[in-house]
Write a protein that binds this ligand. Structure first.
Ligand code: NAD
Length: 485
């Protein structure tokens, strides 16, 4: 914690403000301090929740769909207009390579705001159930969808724009009011979003509140406060468990997007060269700091060594380095703490019997870079095959037949995503249907788009983000009955 003046401000009840205490945000590519963020504690969280409650209870936000559609449209325009400012911050604070900001780190999420802005005017907020006869009378029933209330949105560091907007856009479309808390490692980019909302949109005071904090106290209050109706959280499964328990005291609706350990299943008739390249590049996307990355490569035992060699060849060609360079594919890990964690897991995997094919060490020089790492002959029950690493580490696991591949794929506490490769789409889909996860890629196909529900089975989460399902997370259902005339 420091007493340096903050470089960005909190947004509470329509006003931008700092705090006396601040904390540093570090550029992970250089290790240098990038700026300082206000360190919100329970007092600021309390004020933000009160503002959101007041805006929900006393203004027309929850019921005025035209206003919401106009504000979402405006927010989309503002994000487009300020894209380059957000891109620069996303690259320097998150360590996201420039090329990733043209996709999932920035430009695609801006498209999500557009999608919900366009959905709102046509979405059916009510459903007629017709007349029902009961106790000698006729009753007309109908269902209306209403905003669920005050939303606490808590996000992780890895894709802060994408995750903030995947929560904010449908919550606002539904008519909710929001307290959004950024991640301790990436506060500035989330505060910048709040500043844009305050300075360039007509979103009424209190409808969106944005906090940054170095510790857990503000977030803890958001998950226990009686005036919060919904908690939407993206982050680790360990924190998700704590939040689910914390929210139970006031029986909040809890929506969780958690960790993953997704399998990529290579069937024996697949194009091994193409799959190996895809596996190499996918495992290094954002230095492996993605929840839906396939980090377990399941291969036919007879082809294991051949595939390992091809993947290692692919990893050797990954451009790693300065994320501001448009030619760079992989940037740094977020922090030294994360690099220590990744390295410790790799060393334990080797001690557990995995073969280190390449990588397995820090890169020299400033910043928190870690070499693309390949582990072969991995035991499917070992820690490295079971636990999320969140680093550029791919584990190759051999299997004997298709049934065993499916068993290994399902041998996980997680169920977020998966991929399967085969010469036959039909065979690939057959395998995908037997693996318990919320999303699946068939022969390199992408499911990720604003209208595609995204979320996990098992301990990867509860609920879905994006698409119609994403809006439903922020709506309550009210059923009416009137005596039929
Ligand atoms: P994290 O769980 O450490 O922190 C996430 C957020 O929770 C932060 O804002 C943190 O301040 C807050 N927090 C921590 N303790 C809290 C508490 N007790 N109460 C309330 N809030 C609290 O996660 P991270 O390290 O920032 O992010 C990486 C994790 O996020 C990975 O596990 C990754 O798989 C997951 N993730 C999941 C998805 C998905 O869509 N499923 C997407 C991105 C990241």
């Amino acid at each position: 914690m420091t007493d340096k003046a903050p470089d960005r401000r909190l947004l509470i009840d329509g006003r931008l403000s700092g705090t006396a205490a601040t904390f540093a945000s570090v550029n992970p590519a250089t290790g240098a301090v990038l700026g300082h963020a206000p360190d919100a504690g329970p007092a600021e969280a309390e004020a933000a929740i009160a503002a959101a409650r007041n805006a929900f209870d006393t203004t027309s936000w929850a019921t005025d769909r035209d206003l919401r559609a106009r504000c979402l449209d405006q927010l989309h325009g503002v994000l487009v207009d300020h894209k380059e400012e957000l891109r620069a911050l996303t690259i320097t604070e998150v360590g996201a390579p420039h090329q990733l900001t043209t996709g999932a780190q920035l430009e695609e999420p801006i498209g999500v705001v557009r999608w919900y802005a366009d959905l709102l005017p046509t979405y059916e907020f009510s459903r007629d159930l017709g007349v029902h006869e009961a106790r000698g009378a006729r009753h007309h029933r109908w269902v209306e969808k209403e905003a669920a209330g005050v939303v606490a949105a808590i996000i992780p560091y890895n894709y802060p724009n994408q995750i903030a907007l995947a929560k904010l856009a449908p919550a606002l479309a539904a008519g909710c009011t929001v307290v959004l808390k950024g991640a301790p490692d990436t506060p500035l980019v989330t505060l910048a979003l709040g500043e844009l909302i305050a300075e360039h949109t007509d979103i009424p005071p209190g409808v969106v509140n944005v906090l940054s904090s170095s510790g857990a106290a503000a977030g803890e209050l958001m998950t226990t406060h009686k005036d919060v109706d919904v908690v939407t959280f993206t982050g680790s499964t360990a924190t998700g468990r704590r939040i689910m328990a914390a929210a139970s005291g006031t029986v909040k609706r809890v929506f969780l997007e958690l960790g993953g350990k997704s399998p990529m299943v290579v069937l024996d008739d697949a194009d091994l060269q193409a799959v190996s390249m895809m596996a190499a590049f996918m495992s290094c996307s954002h230095a492996g700091q993605g929840c839906a990355i396939c980090t377990r490569l399941l291969v036919p035992r007879a082809r294991h060594d051949e595939i390992v060699e091809m993947v290692a060849g692919g990893l050797a060609h990954i451009p790693v380095g300065d994320p501001t360079d448009p030619a760079v594919y992989m940037g740094p890990l977020i922090s030294e703490r994360q690099r220590v964690k990744v390295d410790a897991m790799v060393q334990r995997a080797v001690a557990d019997g995995a073969k280190l094919v390449c990588g397995g060490e820090r890169m020299p020089g400033p910043g928190f870079f870690y070499k693309p790492t390949l582990l072969a002959g991995v035991d499917p029950d070992s820690e490295i095959a079971q636990e999320e690493v969140f680093g550029p580490v791919l584990s190759v696991i051999p299997y004997d037949d298709e049934a065993e591949a499916i068993r290994i794929a399902n041998n996980s506490a997680y169920g977020l995503s998966g991929a399967v490769f085969s010469a036959s789409d039909e065979r690939a889909v057959g395998v995908a249907r037997r693996i318990r996860s919320g999303t699946f890629s068939i022969n390199g196909g992408s499911y990720f788009a604003p209208d595609s529900p995204f979320g996990g089975y098992k301990q990867s989460g509860v609920g879905r983000e994006y698409g119609l399902e994403g809006l439903a997370e922020f709506l309550e259902t009210k059923t009416f009955g009137a005596v039929a005339k």
